[in-house]
Design a protein around this ligand. Sequence first.
Ligand SMILES: *[C@@H]1O[C@H](CO)[C@@H](O)[C@H](O)[C@H]1NC(C)=O
Ligand SMILES: *[C@@H]1O[C@H](CO)[C@@H](O)[C@H](O)[C@H]1NC(C)=O
Ligand SMILES: *[C@@H]1O[C@H](CO)[C@@H](O)[C@H](O)[C@H]1NC(C)=O
Ligand SMILES: *[C@@H]1O[C@H](CO)[C@@H](O)[C@H](O)[C@H]1NC(C)=O
Ligand SMILES: *[C@@H]1O[C@H](CO)[C@@H](O)[C@H](O)[C@H]1NC(C)=O
Length: 449
Amino acid sequence: MPPPTLPFLLFLLLAVVAAADVASSSPATCSDIVPLPWRADRISITDYGGVGDGRTLNTKAFREAIYRIQHLHRPGGTVLYVPPGVYLTGPFNLTSHMTLYLAKDAVIRATQDTSKWPLIAPLPSYGRGREHPGGRYMSFIHGDGLTDVVITGDNGTIDGQGDVWWSMWRQRTLDFTRPNLLEIMNSRDILISNLIFQNSPFWNVHPVYCSNVVVRNMTILAPYDSPNTDGIDPDSSSNVCIEDSFITVGDDLVAVKSGWDEYGISYNAPSSNITIRRLTGSSPFGGIAVGSEMSGGVENIVAEDITLFNMGVGIHIKTNVGRGAFIRNITVSNVHIDKARKGIKISGDVGDHPDDSYNPNALPLVKGITMTDFWGVNVLQAGLMKGIRDSPFTGICLSNINLGGEPAPREGAWSCSDVSGAAYEVSPWPCSELTSISQSQGGYCATSF
Ligand SMILES: *[C@@H]1O[C@H](CO)[C@@H](O)[C@H](O)[C@H]1NC(C)=O
Ligand SMILES: *[C@@H]1O[C@H](CO)[C@@H](O)[C@H](O)[C@H]1NC(C)=O
Ligand SMILES: *[C@@H]1O[C@H](CO)[C@@H](O)[C@H](O)[C@H]1NC(C)=O
Ligand SMILES: *[C@@H]1O[C@H](CO)[C@@H](O)[C@H](O)[C@H]1NC(C)=O
Ligand SMILES: *[C@@H]1O[C@H](CO)[C@@H](O)[C@H](O)[C@H]1NC(C)=O
């Protein structure tokens, strides 16, 4: 072979430079917050008696495999591999330093025998179950006090078979709050990726009292009319990143929360530093939501590149008298909506208290909500903003918003009370409350909290 020519070497050099350029302009990602750890130790659920025939109950296999991971404590942790097949099981707990890996065509399916679901204590920031006083059903997959946990695979499925729970809820025959599909409490360094979650009995993914949580490249599915099947609810958690996911469910796609009324106020654990990007989905409720449980406070939230279709409300910030705390520094940008009842809703009257002992003087502070670059068609009402009389919402800044589309929204495209802020290039023209600050004070949006 002749030695490489100078032009060829130059070509190579240029190719390397071009590749570096492509890398530096690749889209922002949070994949580095919780990097995928390498684990040399690997076990399969079939080593513990797991049978993927869709009928055998595998609860013992999952619990024993995870017990073994917890107690053998291999350096670097252990992968629990779930091969193709349908593995019916009751709920189980995860442990630290493990990866739950679902092969392509592997399904972990929740038993519909509700007697197999233990009750656990209510969350202190809620004081009771979300739906009923007292305890609540343990999540299908549960984790408490964990670190370094990965739940991933090759598009395998975690299936909650929630319809039995939804019909009990509809018939009002439940005494306790329904289980989440996945709840991780008091934990850090958690990665959830590359899987399908479907038919959760209640909320799908619930990180609560956690930090460093990444949820990416996920598909989350539940019927449009399934009750309370929220997609991802970061709750009293910080440094959470949700990206590149597709969610169609029966309730909010993502709802950032932090506890409920007097319980959330005294537990005092905010949700902060949360990024939501490149999310696509549909639901009869909110696309990106904050609240309504926000009594530990919610701040520093960025949501960008959000594509919504067949929605109830595009962006929904919701709170209530009695919640206390704050919602501040929320930025939502580059939102596309095709068909919604409302594009934007900011409401201070959602109702819903844990009990009668909430403090009616605990008023939430809502300040610094910036929404830019929204484009929508078939949006019935562009925006409804209803602050609280004794705690008006301030610093609501809208720019480059076009929620007109086809057909043109009816009269009263915007409805506002007890809010103030600024608007720039908003169509249809917003209510006067938002134009009360002139464009010459354009810096107001960035510095108002
Ligand atoms: C799972 O963990 C919870 C909370 O840490 C504990 O109360 C419960 O007993 C565990 N359940 C099982 C089935 O291991
Ligand atoms: C997303 O997940 C699928 C499997 O569900 C996988 O094939 C693909 O490589 C993942 N993409 C990224 C960027 O991780
Ligand atoms: C993963 O499954 C979802 C839902 O079935 C599908 O939309 C997606 O294309 C699949 N991804 C890959 C990489 O196979
Ligand atoms: C939020 O992020 C900032 C900057 O990345 C960091 O300084 C701060 O500690 C984070 N806050 C929390 C509660 O982790
Ligand atoms: C607002 O939130 C963003 C995103 O988390 C953060 O970078 C910024 O520092 C926050 N601003 C203030 C004034 O806290």
